[in-house]
Design a protein around this ligand. Structure first.
Ligand SMILES: [Zn+2]
Length: 74
């Protein structure tokens, strides 16, 4: 039993690319839109513009965390 399944590095890269291009990320295994949850960004008073996004597939429950800087482009 693998109740803590993970994406492969290839899959993580594909999801990240969708995420960066403002497309709704989809689970490469289930073809479902992933749930997005922001982590940090205030709750700990970190005070920097960085934020983590946690993407979770509602079906297989694999998840991916991306530390992506946004909103600072000129
Ligand atoms: Zn999935």
């Amino acid at each position: 039993m693998t109740d803590h399944a993970q994406y492969t590095p290839e899959e993580l890269k594909a999801i990240r690319e969708q995420f960066l291009s403002d497309a709704p990320p989809e689970c490469p295994r289930c073809d479902l839109h992933m749930t997005q949850r922001p982590i940090g960004g205030g709750s700990f008073g970190l005070g920097y513009a960085r934020r983590r996004d946690w993407l979770i597939c509602p079906k297989c429950h694999r998840s991916a965390i991306y530390d992506i800087k946004r909103g600072t482009r000129n």
